[in-house]
Write a protein that binds this ligand. Structure first.
Ligand code: GLC
Length: 663
């Protein structure tokens, strides 16, 4: 939790399921022992503490205290001088994200739980009926047989048929997988795990157990390669049904209760069963306990590792096993894994969501700094439970949260059991219309966003950025936690409070143009910007290009796509990346990279359009360039030296050509 500027904070690196996100909460689900020193007119320097052990950070103005529960400590100092250089170098060490499947950039719908196949299909069908674009539907724990991982329960009698019905209407299914394996001698996964001695032990050599959703569980020791291989192959039952993505939760690992705690909470829960309605009450009885010295892991050489040394990579190792499962059962296809916990470098394997927030305005705002922080730490593909997980959402909150969620790299609506439903239609027509407008915008911006993902893949620089990326020498920007950048050229200023129809917006270096109306704003000023409920202020940096396409129900619904290039200013250069969005061919040159350049003089515009790389058949065909705020007197427009078709549509000058015109 907390703001982007960490001065004055103390932070612990111990992956922990701490579900009530209060402002001072620490530790949280994920540990990335990395921070960046930034001050005006000085080079940015990153510090990475390369230890998976528990560590502790105290950051003051001029003293930084770092303690690590380990013998010896390895610290890397990473010189910028620009902040993006620091992140490029850091991710060069710990790894960068792969190109995700294109569909995972679409809107995703989840809930704990859509617990029957019919219920899940109904949600998907309603999306299509109401023309709300959506690519993914999540199955939370209730698809399983008594919460036993790698099983399908009776509410999903024919998973293959269910998944294929979802596919027919353009939906992918992602299933949750928790690490706790129910102790049950009649359960194949527990038995096969036991047969290879897969589970972690306490220091006396006894299987360590704890209570999670299925009741009493054992926990795989992912430190061992054979255990990871067993875990990978256990995914077959999900991939055989056609599931396309995996969601790793509770992988800090989280235990809802230890054995001793279970004895005490039995009274609240009754009969020792987990009753979700009473969960909050029972959970509040205990703070998370530290099992750091009590549990012992063993690697393939038989070396013993106390839990505190490896807890922070438990989820990371699980992610390695899961990525192997994708290789085994979906060869040649890009994996999609979502995780809650992780360690530095987790982005190589997974997208990260920020866990169990609540349907509070305070959390809508807090998620900005949390996701920015993850991005600065190398994790680009991040997002939050849109609408809030715990507590009851409401129409206004969901509308505002969806407007903002469009510009988070990972865009999923998710809510907890026992809370009111928060699908886009849950709060009536007026709210649904707003939500639909913004989810549609996300799909229109797909070409732009996909290109931003590609940059993150190439150089590790986050997709969602703090404003000081524009000017790291301006200290005023260090404390802005309620505006953010998407890529190089979009500034987003969400409304983060109820009953609020305007906000003040700080405009950083350069001139920025309101995407809604073309109005120009000058640098280093604060403006009062209107934002009725159906609008979020979005500004485009002058002299940049925004790439759009036509609305669609799901990514790649149509074989061919039109490309719109919106030019904000009289000159500039923009790049567009595309590939098949599905296979690994892009690694072998199977992609296209286009360069658009605009220059202007008194006589008119000179445009150039180049294919810097052409290695994929491509989906884009026709191109329309829209010049926002173009001067009326345009005499000459040349594309690659030849005259092109151009006309005014209202205030916008349009120029039309085709992909095949690229030189
Ligand atoms: C955890 C997850 C949440 C999920 C729930 C049930 O609280 O963070 O997203 O819905 O478990 O699986």
């Amino acid at each position: 939790m907390g703001y982007v500027d960490k001065r004055g904070r103390e932070m612990m690196m111990v992956n922990t399921d701490n579900p009530l996100h209060t402002p001072d909460l620490d530790p949280m689900y994920i540990s990335i022992p990395f921070f960046i020193l930034l001050s005006p007119k000085k080079p940015a320097i990153g510090f990475f503490i390369n230890s998976t052990s528990y560590s502790f950070f105290k950051i003051n103005d001029d003293t930084y205290t770092i303690s690590v529960k380990d013998e010896g400590i390895e610290i890397y100092a990473i010189y910028g001088p620009k902040i993006d250089d620091v992140i490029t170098h850091f991710t060069g060490m710990v790894g960068r994200m792969e190109m995700p499947p294109a569909w995972s950039i679409g809107y995703q719908q989840s809930r704990w739980s859509y617990s029957t196949d019919e219920e899940a299909l109904d949600v998907a069908r309603r999306m299509r009926k109401d023309s709300i674009p959506c690519d993914v539907l999540y199955l939370d724990i209730d698809y399983m047989d008594g919460y036993r991982v790698f099983t399908w329960g009776k509410n999903f009698p024919d998973p293959k048929k269910f998944v294929s019905e979802m596919k027919e209407i353009g939906f992918k299914v992602v299933t949750i997988v928790d690490p706790g394996v129910k102790i049950d001698e009649n359960y194949a996964v527990y038995k096969s795990g036991k047969s290879i001695d897969a589970f972690v032990k306490d220091r006396y050599g006894k299987e360590f157990t704890g209570y999670v959703w299925p009741g009493k569980c054992s926990f795989p020791d992912f430190l061992r390669p054979d255990v990871r291989e067993w875990w990978s192959t256990s995914h077959k039952v999900l991939f055989d049904a056609g599931v396309e993505g995996i969601w790793n939760d509770m992988n800090e690992p989280a235990i809802v209760w230890t054995d001793a705690q279970m004895d005490k909470v039995k009274n609240i829960l009754g009969k020792g069963e987990i009753n979700f309605q009473l969960l909050g009450e029972a959970k509040a009885v205990f703070a998370q306990e530290d099992h750091g010295d009590e549990i012992i892991h063993k690697d393939e050489n038989g070396e013993r590792w106390p839990h505190y040394k490896v807890r922070n990579i438990y989820a990371y190792l699980e992610a390695i096993a899961t990525s192997r499962a994708f290789e085994l059962y979906r060869p040649g296809k890009r994996p999609f894994l979502l995780t809650r916990a992780g360690f530095a470098g987790i982005q190589k394997y997974a997208a990260v969501w920020t866990g169990d927030n609540s349907s509070w305005w305070e959390h809508l705002e807090a998620e900005i700094a949390i996701s920015i922080g993850l991005g600065l730490s190398g994790v680009s593909f991040t997002g939050t439970d849109v609408g809030g997980f715990g507590g009851n959402s409401n129409g206004e909150l969901l509308a505002r949260w969806t407007e903002m969620g469009v510009f988070f790299p990972f865009f999923r609506n998710h809510s907890a059991i026992g809370t009111v439903h928060q699908e886009p239609w849950a709060f009536g027509e007026k709210i649904e219309k707003i939500i639909k407008k913004y989810i549609t915008l996300r799909y229109e911006l797909f070409p732009h966003m996909y290109t931003a993902f590609h940059s993150a893949h190439e150089n590790g620089v986050p997709i969602m950025r703090p404003l000081f990326f524009i000017d790291q020498d301006n200290p005023d920007l260090y404390s802005i936690n309620d505006e953010f950048l998407f890529g190089d050229s979009l500034l987003i200023a969400p409304i983060t409070k109820p009953n609020t129809m305007w906000r003040s917006v700080y405009i950083p270096k350069g001139r920025w143009i309101d995407m809604r109306n073309g109005k120009i704003y000058e640098e280093d000023h604060v403006y009062k910007i209107d934002a009725p409920l159906d609008e979020i202020p979005i500004f485009v940096k002058e002299n940049s290009m925004i790439f759009r396409t036509d609305p669609m129900n799901y990514i790649f619904e149509k074989e061919k796509m039109t490309l719109y290039v919106d030019v904000y200013g009289q000159e500039g250069r923009g790049y567009l990346y595309e590939d098949d969005g599905e296979t690994l061919e892009y690694k072998k040159g199977g992609y296209n990279l286009y360069e658009f350049a605009v220059g202007s003089d008194m006589k008119g515009y000179t445009l150039s359009f180049k294919a810097k790389h052409h290695g994929y058949a491509g989906r884009y065909e026709k191109i329309t360039m829209n010049f926002i705020n173009a001067p009326r007197k345009i005499a000459n427009i040349n594309l690659n030296g030849k005259k092109v078709n151009a006309y005014f549509d209202g205030n916008i000058l349009k120029v039309e050509f085709e992909i095949k015109d690229a030189t």
